[in-house]
Design a protein around this ligand. Structure first.
Ligand code: FAD
Length: 424
């Protein structure tokens, strides 16, 4: 009995796929395991939430604790991350361009007391200067977002990119090591089974009516109750993407349906390269800003996350390639372009690749364009007024990691239990 006369068995979960886990799923092929929507790590500022997630999957002993080591690949060099803390790793000309641009931008901001531009592309130059924009921020962000950078708002970076003190940037440019943001300096990863071990553990602990392979095809309000696929429920929480809802929810007003449909997002293709190589440098993941490095924007050293991610004596890379929302996924030529790019960047030899494996994810990143906030508000206000609760990364169109989804789900559960206790 959970409360208010309801038991957990009264809860039904509809899951379209044959396994739970969503974006947190992992896959094992011939002994190589990878996270299907890009390398996932467990980290949260909310320690109890993180512990809760670990405990669902066997507790501390079932996890590897790792130091986060990330780099940017620049030509044949490794550059410290964040880029402005790694200028001393650049070739001298690029270092000069970046430093001079950074100081000019800093001086200009201080002199004019200008406010941050709303367009992301302009914001990059206002904040970092022309050198860093040209050598890193512009090419990297174009690879990730697949749009002109001014199409995006600068709001989404507010609070995510701390302002590096100018002295730190000067120090780094002359070769004195400085650290950028360190909030993820340690992270956790399941010893076995990839990140999905966490969602598997959560699912295994539920005593609810879990219907796998059962897509929701229809959501209809009937007085104070809801019909899902023709079955009646008192209350509905949806983690389905807002963009799917106009096709599922009966009688949605036109402007709400339009707001949902026009929300922008990116998909992702993840290609795992199984490598005949015993080990990699001690890196977690790397950023590949340049076109000559191939189409991937990020490579995760999956086999560094846990020794069980690849067979003994072998290792793996996970290549992430974003796709503008709704556009077709690239064909088989992609794998060749990826391997050529990585070989060109000096990261692999072609003859090391044992095989590749690919997964395609329709919605991976929320894209923060200038109409995002208004569209999202129209959609969420309407769902709230209907009493249909939206939750999750695409359920609320937020840049939430799995820990945030857990935190928000637990808060919602507490609110619902309290409400049922007072009989409201
Ligand atoms: C590239 C990338 C890297 C990330 N890195 C990290 C990281 O390092 N650490 C971290 O904690 N998080 C990370 N995340 C975020 C994490 O994956 C998400 O926050 C989390 O998985 C979102 O969970 P969710 O339940 O909101 O949505 P989802 O995982 O998208 O789940 C939605 C579920 O709904 C199901 N569904 C869809 N349509 C229907 C339907 N019609 N009927 C029934 N079911 C349906 C889907 O099959 C899916 O299982 C990353 C995400 C991406 C894309």
């Amino acid at each position: 009995m959970i409360d208010g006369g309801h038991s957990a068995a009264d809860i039904t979960i509809f899951e379209a796929e044959s396994v739970p886990g969503g974006l947190c799923r992992s896959k094992t092929v011939d002994g190589f395991t990878y996270d299907v929507s890009g390398g996932h790590i467990l980290y949260s500022k909310d320690k109890p939430a993180m512990q809760w997630m670990k405990d669902r999957a066997g507790g501390d002993a079932a996890f590897v604790e790792k130091d986060r080591h990330t780099r940017i690949r620049f030509g044949q060099r490794w550059v410290n991350y964040p880029f402005e803390n790694g200028l001393g790793d650049l070739p001298p000309e690029a270092n000069f361009d970046c430093l001079s641009g950074y100081v000019r931008a800093w001086h200009e901001r201080s002199k004019s007391q200008s406010t941050a531009p709303a367009e992301f592309g302009k914001w990059v130059r206002w904040r970092f200067g022309d050198g860093i924009a040209e050598h890193f921020m512009d090419p990297y962000n174009k690879k990730v977002w697949k749009r002109e950078l001014d199409f995006l708002t600068s709001d989404w970076v507010a609070g995510r990119v701390p302002d590096a003190p100018v002295d730190d940037v000067l120090r780094s440019a002359v070769g004195i090591r400085t650290e950028g943001y360190t909030h993820q300096s340690k992270f956790y990863y399941p010893k076995n089974g990839g990140f999905q071990a966490i969602t598997d553990g959560i699912a295994a602990g539920l005593s609810v009516d879990m219907r796998l392979g059962t897509p929701v095809g229809e959501i209809q309000k009937k007085g104070t109750t809801w019909n899902i696929n023709g079955e009646s429920f008192d209350f509905v929480v949806s983690t389905l993407s807002l963009t799917y809802m106009p096709d599922l929810v009966a009688e949605m007003p036109r402007e709400v349906a339009e707001a949902c449909r026009k929300l922008e997002y990116n998909g992702i293709v993840c290609v795992m390269l199984a490598l005949d190589r015993a080990q990699h440098p001690d890196l977690s993941w790397i950023y590949l800003p340049h076109a000559s490095q191939g189409p991937a924007n990020r490579i995760t050293y999956m086999s560094n996350y846990s020794p069980n991610m690849a067979p003994t004596g072998k290792s793996s890379f996970l290549c992430e390639v974003t796709v503008a929302g709704g556009k077709p996924f690239p064909g088989r030529a992609l794998e060749k372009e990826l391997i050529d790019g990585l070989a060109n960047a000096g990261l692999i030899r072609r003859d090391e690749v044992l095989f590749d494996d690919r997964e395609q994810i329709g919605q991976a990143y929320v894209v923060f364009d200038h109409a995002y906030a208004d569209r999202r508000k129209i959609a969420l206000d309407w769902f709230e007024a209907q009493g249909l609760v939206q939750l999750g990364r695409f359920g609320r169109f937020e840049y939430d990691n799995s820990d945030q989804c857990v935190i928000k789900s637990r808060e919602l559960a507490q609110r619902l239990l309290k409400k049922s206790r007072v009989g409201a």
